[in-house]
Each structure stands twice: as structure tokens, then as C-alpha cells.
Design a protein around this ligand. Structure first.
Ligand code: FAD
Length: 569
């Protein structure tokens, strides 16, 4: 058994920022991560991070108020306005802090941090480092965490939370390097495990983004919020769904259909290619569905040729490389074939704006959490911002929590029992003859999510999808391991986490079926308008043992700063 005052699960931007905040206050903090922190999905973020710095010549009048308004409207008014205002205010000092810690942001001629336009924003307010912003931010925080001597346990896969009498007191982890399971006890845990993208077969996310942290909290009794809101990015590469960042359109890229038309004129004449992601993604899909894909095939083009080689090489080198390596297309010479792809998890572990959950001692931050600031469609550049702003706030909240905490001794018996339970689960997986193949089942589930819960939703399709999911959940009890070794058993991890993925998928599916309106990314062909009278509320999904889907409940949205209006672009 290993003890630290604070355990942070996840070494992405949100986990590191929380750990740094706590460590700076003298707290004994350890970060557990299934990959080296610098390999977290945050490193894949390309386009940038929003803050109303007002550095762009066309953005001098920008302000946190405008940033907060764009975010609220972008989220179709389902974001909590107090949290959004806080994020827009905190954004400015957070960016300067990252700058001072050495993040190599791109610069304007006068030396100020450069900003580019992004979808749904009234001003060019997205700060960036070429098209490798996440990589730069993440390495900056990794350096700071090392400088402060935050303790890292790398290649540790966390399987569950340790909960004693309603308090979160640590986690159980599989040590991939040495083999075996260990209890890490703590007085508080911050879950910062990122998104669940991989429950869809067509995701831009890393293989490890399976929503494991959400599943852990959910099974421990903490609700997941607004799970039906899934962001689909307009531009993933046709064959792999690898992201072609919005930075491309921010720099002036065109979207072109099989007839050679810049079709966004029909859908968002003012914003064109820079309309918010949900609108752009649905427009692309409509072109495809109506037979105007390239040569009638289900994809369209992202064209940046007119930007010229010099600008492409300076501002979008990463995108060009990805298109060359994964699609065989040099974007300087040819348009890039793209399709809409699952990209971001707006829903997540229900937290307040300080990262606290309903379970004392359990906090969450980043993409795995739902604060909620994104409402129903996260604006590009706000997700990176969320990780840093709310990672920091979660760290600060842990400091306050510790100041009030009387009993500081996690219960050892509960911790040992938790380890034993996980060991028994793994033994069952290893011993039973696998009559159902875990990987085939996983593919069946991820394809189903794409087919039944994608950009356009309707009741019969979703009901059929839910039935199939329930059937998949039944069959999960028949999967087993292909390999039973103890060292680096990735087969065991992927097999074990499948049930959690199915549980998370069920919260998405159930929430989507119940919400009879269209709002942001959740678009229903059978209820095609927003319905504030009945649906201006958050969905909460509670785990029910022994039942395939969640119990749903609702809670009000925090309003009060901005008036409701129709979301038009
Ligand atoms: C391709 C791509 C491009 C993007 N571009 C942008 C952009 O330009 N601007 C923007 O604002 N947003 C962007 N986003 C979104 C943004 O990058 C993410 O929302 C954000 O980085 C998530 O950070 P995080 O710290 O919450 O999680 P992650 O960075 O995903 O980190 C999760 C961490 O948790 C660990 N972990 C997970 N499960 C376990 C477990 N069971 N046990 C132990 N450790 C575990 C992982 O090892 C990892 O360290 C992009 C996302 C993608 C996929």
C-alpha cells in the first residue's frame, strides 16, 4: 500500500495543472498515469487555446465578457453561466502564467502572443503555438511538475476508486511494469482521465481515451452529466479520422463538395467555414447524404492550397505532415479528403466550478468532467482552456478541503478489500473460457454508436441502438483474456475496461433518446428545434447495478448573466 495526501489520476493538462497547484501549496501529491504524461492526448491538440487578450489587430475590443457570451451562445445556453464567466476571466492570467513558465506561443511582429480566428468566436482570440499548441502546453507543464518534484507513477492503469463510508480514499492501480495490483491511498483524488472518444469507431481521439475515469466515478455512485452531448468535428481524415485542426479553417481553408461549391454559403452565409462545429459538421454530412460528396462518395474536401506553401509550412506544418503520412495527400498540392468525426466529450463527471463532485474527497477536472462550460457544443480552443483553468481550480479546492478535513487516515482494510476485489475480477477474466471475443464486441459497440448516435438522431434509430447496447452489455460477461501474463498485459486492460465503455455508451444513448429537442451537437430530426420550456436543464445519469442503463435525473442550468436568444450564425 502506498500513501500520498493527494492522488491525481491522469498526466494530461488538467491532471498536471491540478497537481502543480497542490504541490505549490506544499501538499504531498502523486500523479498516476497509464502513459508517460507527455504522451497524454492533450499533446495531440493542434489549433489553440482561447483567451481574450485582444492582441489581434481585428480583436482589440475583445474582452472576457465577449468570450463568455460567445461560449454561452456556442453552448446553446446549456452551459452554467457562472462557470463560463469564471473561465473567461481566469483565461487571461492562465495564459500569461503558461507564457511565463516557458510555453513557446507563436508571436506577432511586436512580440505579443499571436491569436487566430476560430469557429463561433466574435474575435480572433485563439492563442497558439503553430499547430502544435497542446504539445507545447503539455511539455511546459511536465517541466513545471518535474521542477516542483511532483511524484510520478507512470504506466499505472487505475481500475477503481477506493471508497470508505462515502469518502473517496484512493485508487487501485495495475502496475504495468512490475505486474500486480496496488492500493494507492489518499485523502483526496482528482480524476483527470480525459474523454471517452473511443466509444465511437470514428473518433479523432487517442486509443487510451476510453472514458475509464468517468466509468470509475459513475460506478462509485457519482452521476455523469449531459452525456448525450457529443462533439463531432467537421474535419477528420477520411480513412483514419485523424484530426485536421480547425486551425486550417482559421487560417482560411475552404470546404468544397463534389460540385466544387463552397457549400457553407447555404448553411452559415456570415461565418462560412468558421461556423461552430456542430453546424459545420451537419452541413458536411448533409452534402454527403444528398449525394454531393466527392465523386458521390461519402467525403468532401478541405482545401488549403490557396494559402500558399509558405503560410502552410509556417502555420500548419503538423496538419500537412499528418495528411501526407495518413492520407497520402500533400495539402500544398491537393485538397484533403475529410469526414465529420467524433471529437470531444462535452458531458462527464458532474462537478461544481471548483472540481468538487458529490462524493467528499473526489474531484474531477478536464475533459472527463462536466463543469459545465461548454454547454452543448464546445467552441474550439475552449477545451484546452478548460483543462488549465479547472485543473488549477480543482487543485485549489483540494487545498481548502484539506484545511477542513479532520480524519486524515484512509481505512487500510477497505483499501486491501478493494485490491482483492479487482484481483478476483481479473482472475475470473483469466480463468473463464472466452466464448465472446472482447475485441469483436468492442468493435460492434463502437460501430453501433456511430450508426445510431451520430450527427442526426431520431427515436426509432436510437431505440434500436439502445436494444443492441443492452444485448452487448449482456454478452460482456462472456469475454475473457487472450493473454494472462502479469507484465504489460495490455490485453487485460483493454478487456477489463470494455464494460466501463459500454456503461458510458449507455449514458450517452439513454440521454440522447430522452432529450426530445435539438440543442447544439444533439440534433434530432424528429424534434428539430430547441425547447427551453422543457429541456433547459442538465441531464444526470446515475449507475444502477444489475440494470443495463442508467437512472436519469435532471438539474437546473445556472443562468442570469446573458439573455436566452436563438442560436444563429
Ligand atoms: C486530436 C485532438 C486535437 C485537439 N485540439 C484542440 C485544440 O486545438 N484546442 C482545444 O481547446 N482543444 C483541443 N482538443 C481537446 C483537448 O485537447 C482535450 O480536451 C484536452 O487536452 C484533454 O485534457 P485532459 O487533461 O482532460 O485529458 P488527456 O490529455 O486525455 O489526459 C488523460 C490522462 O489520463 C490518463 N489516464 C486515463 N485513464 C487512465 C487510467 N484508467 N489509469 C491511469 N491513467 C489514466 C492518461 O494516461 C492521460 O495521462 C483536441 C483533442 C484532440 C483529440
Amino acid at each position: 500500500m502506498i500513501h500520498h495526501d493527494l492522488i491525481v489520476v491522469g498526466g494530461g493538462l488538467s491532471g498536471l495543472r491540478a497537481a502543480i497547484e497542490a504541490k505549490m501549496a506544499g501538499i504531498d501529491v502523486a500523479v498516476l498515469s497509464q502513459v508517460h504524461p507527455a504522451r497524454s492526448h492533450s499533446a495531440a491538440a493542434q489549433g489553440g487555446i482561447n483567451a481574450a487578450l485582444g492582441n489581434h489587430p481585428n480583436g482589440a475590443d475583445d474582452s472576457w465578457e465577449r468570450h463568455a457570451f460567445d461560449t454561452t451562445k456556442g453552448g446553446d445556453f446549456l452551459g452554467d453561466q457562472d462557470a463560463i464567466v469564471q473561465m473567461a476571466k481566469d483565461a487571461i492570467p492562465c495564459i500569461f502564467e503558461m507564457d511565463h513558465w516557458g510555453c513557446p506561443f507563436s508571436r506577432f511582429e511586436d512580440g505579443r502572443i499571436a491569436q487566430r480566428p476560430f469557429g463561433g468566436a466574435g474575435f480572433p482570440r485563439t492563442c497558439y503555438g503553430a499547430d502544435k499548441t497542446g504539445h507545447y502546453l503539455l511539455h511546459t507543464l511536465v517541466e513545471q511538475a518535474y521542477r516542483l518534484q511532483v511524484k510520478f507513477y507512470v504506466e499505472q492503469y487505475v481500475t477503481e476508486l477506493i471508497v470508505h463510508e462515502g469518502l473517496c480514499q484512493g485508487v487501485v492501480a495495475y502496475d504495468m511494469i512490475r505486474g500486480g495490483f496496488e492500493a494507492f491511498t489518499a485523502n483526496a483524488v482528482v480524476v483527470a482521465t480525459g474523454g471517452y472518444g473511443r466509444i465511437y469507431s470514428n473518433s479523432t481521439n487517442a486509443i487510451i481515451n476510453t472514458g475509464s475515469g468517468m466509468a470509475m466515478a459513475y460506478r462509485a455512485g457519482v452521476p455523469l452529466k449531459d452525456m448525450e452531448f457529443v462533439q463531432f468535428h467537421p474535419t477528420g481524415l477520411r480513412t483514419t479520422n485523424i484530426l485536421m485542426s480547425e486551425a486550417a479553417r482559421g487560417e482560411g481553408a475552404y470546404l468544397v463538395n463534389g460540385l466544387g461549391e463552397r457549400f457553407m454559403e447555404r448553411y452559415a452565409p456570415k461565418f462560412m467555414e468558421l461556423a461552430p462545429r456542430d453546424i459545420t459538421a451537419r452541413s458536411i454530412q448533409t452534402e454527403i447524404n444528398e449525394g454531393r460528396g466527392i465523386n458521390g462518395e461519402p467525403y468532401i474536401y478541405l482545401d488549403i492550397r490557396h494559402l500558399g506553401a509558405e503560410k502552410i509550412l509556417e502555420r500548419l506544418p503538423g496538419i500537412r505532415d499528418l495528411a501526407i503520412h495518413f492520407e497520402g495527400v500533400d495539402a500544398i498540392e491537393a485538397p484533403i479528403p475529410i469526414v465529420p468525426s467524433q471529437h470531444y466529450s462535452m458531458g462527464g463527471i458532474d462537478t461544481n466550478m471548483n472540481g468538487a463532485t458529490i462524493m467528499p474527497g473526489l474531484f474531477a477536472a478536464g475533459e472527463c468532467a462536466c463543469v459545465s462550460v461548454h454547454g452543448r457544443i464546445g467552441l474550439g480552443g475552449n477545451s484546452l482552456l478548460e483543462t488549465i483553468v479547472f485543473g488549477r481550480r480543482a487543485g485549489a479546492e483540494v487545498i481548502r478541503f484539506f484545511a477542513d478535513l479532520r480524519e486524515k487516515r484512509p481505512n487500510a482494510r477497505t483499501a486491501f478489500a478493494a485490491v482483492e476485489k479487482v484481483e478476483n475480477t481479473m482472475k475470473t477474466l483469466a480463468d473463464r473460457p472466452a466464448t465472446v471475443d472482447a475485441y469483436a464486441l468492442r468493435t460492434e459497440m463502437t460501430v453501433l454508436m456511430k450508426e445510431h448516435f451520430f450527427l442526426f438522431r431520431d427515436e426509432p434509430t436510437m431505440k434500436a441502438g439502445l436494444d443492441k447496447l443492452a444485448d452487448i452489455k449482456d454478452r460482456v460477461s462472456k469475454i475473457g483474456l487472450r493473454w494472462t501474463g502479469s507484465i504489460f498485459n495490455v490485453d487485460m486492460i483493454r478487456t477489463y475496461e470494455l464494460e466501463g465503455m459500454i456503461d458510458v455508451a449507455l449514458t450517452v444513448a439513454q440521454g440522447a433518446l430522452v432529450r426530445q429537442e435539438s440543442r447544439g451537437s444533439h440534433y434530432r430530426t424528429d424534434y428539430s428545434t430547441r425547447d427551453d420550456a422543457n429541456w433547459l436543464k442538465h441531464t444526470l445519469a446515475f449507475y444502477q447495478a444489475g440494470v443495463s442503463g442508467p437512472r436519469l435525473d435532471f438539474k437546473p442550468v445556472t443562468l442570469g448573466t446573458f439573455e436566452l436568444e436563438e442560436r444563429k450564425y
